[in-house]
Design a protein around this ligand. Structure first.
Ligand SMILES: *Cc1c(COP(=O)(O)O)cnc(C)c1O
Length: 377
């Protein structure tokens, strides 16, 4: 059995749109796409008067090198969100097929499934937010075509051990595609499972430049998968997914210089994550700080709503994750710069009748002014 047997037959049979840019290779004078002959005002060499390559070769090669796959195994698009959407549309027949998710987890999987009218089957994580492989397999129905696993998990920060992932991929062979979302893997102790792609044709890995690579605003993310899956998704992808300025930004971000910068920032985030976790755990009103392998900490509070408001009043916005199962007392706090993290600690320590120590109160007062000025500006 081929992994494409899991995909929608009408998508496999689809004749894709042939864009003018696809026919342009080798041409000198491009008069086939009704583009402007003149670069737009402000364009300094990007050439935005021309449509971009559907899969920019230089970027595909650079990303393939970065992720240790061959270029046929890589699809680049507008964030990993686009890859999630393409997977659901290519593999799930409306009203018939389903995806499987493990709550609490990233919300986009279910949103894309609902848009496609695919069912969402849930196999919750254990109370400690680890993945239960047996429970996942027991929940599987013949309708499930995609199994999404988010590791490190958003919003819990937990990871799935590699051995569990291999077991899951093996057990799902011929039944469903295992989609591993590694949006935060750069911040984790354990590496990517992309090297398992050659052994499991039903494995797909999502990577993004939005988090560790500081390019959330450029919208660049990848699917790493079997070449047949990549080719299938290219058929249903819009013809020009990647704006030229985003391609330029991505190439710079993953250049040698860019990689050195990103690694330095990842090191800071990992060190701050440890420091912040210890400091938060000591604050009154904090029940627990979940261990995290990502660039955020999910924190349980006696009164999460009041703490959200206290941070908000100090000009600090965190994510209220109380609607997620198992997290009804929690907020998710992104690790910022050391100074930003200090502001979070100071704001949380500022509560009535708390004595967080003289140093903490002093820095609280100082940072409080800074935040107020910042939010008024
Ligand atoms: C942030 C995030 C993404 C989104 O990635 P984009 O590449 O920005 O679309 C995907 N998955 C998870 C789990 C995320 O937290």
């Amino acid at each position: 059995m081929n992994v494409l047997d899991l995909a929608r037959p009408e998508i496999r049979a689809l004749q894709p749109y042939s864009s003018a840019r696809m026919e342009a290779s080798g041409g000198q004078l491009l008069l086939n796409a009704n583009e402007s002959a003149w670069a737009p005002t402000g364009d300094s060499g990007t050439g935005c008067n021309r449509y971009p390559e559907p899969q920019p070769a230089a970027l595909v090669d650079a990303l393939a090198r970065l992720y240790g796959v061959c270029r046929e195994q890589l699809l680049v698009g507008r964030g990993s969100d686009e890859a999630i959407d393409l997977l659901v549309r290519a593999f799930c027949r409306a009203g018939r097929d389903a995806i499987l998710v493990q709550p609490p987890t990233f919300g986009m999987y279910a949103v894309c499934a609902r848009i496609q009218d695919a069912d969402v089957v849930e196999a919750p994580l254990r109370p400690d937010f680890t993945l239960d492989v047996d429970a996942t397999l027991a929940t599987l129905t013949p309708a499930v075509k995609l199994v999404f696993v988010c590791t490190p998990n958003n919003p819990a920060g937990s990871v799935v051990p590699r051995a569990d992932m291999e077991r899951l991929a093996r057990a799902l062979a011929g039944r469903a595609l295992l989609v591993v979302d590694e949006a935060y893997v750069e911040f984790a102790d354990e590496g990517s499972v992309a090297d398992l792609l050659d052994r499991h044709d039903n494995l797909a890995v999502l990577r993004t430049l939005s988090k560790a690579w500081a390019l959330a605003g450029a919208r660049v993310g990848c699917l790493l998968a079997h070449p047949d899956v990549v080719a299938l998704l290219r058929r249903i992808m819009p013809p020009y997914p990647l704006p030229l300025p985003s391609v330029e930004a991505a190439l710079l971000a993953i250049s040698g210089w860019g990689q050195a910068n990103a690694r330095a920032h990842i090191d800071i985030v990992r060190a701050e994550r440890a420091r912040l976790r210890t400091a938060l755990a000591r604050l009154p009103g904090v029940r627990a700080v979940l261990p995290s392998q990502a660039n955020f900490l999910t924190v349980r509070f006696d009164d999460a709503g009041a703490m959200y408001q206290r941070l908000f009043d100090a000009g600090i916005v965190v994510r209220d994750v109380r609607r997620y199962p198992g997290l009804d007392d929690a907020l998710r706090i992104t690790v910022g710069t050391p100074a930003e993290n200090e502001q979070v600690l100071a704001a949380l320590a500022r509560g009535k009748g708390l004595s967080g120590g003289a140093a903490l109160l002093k820095s609280s007062a100082k940072d409080g002014r800074g935040v107020a000025e910042g939010s008024a500006a």
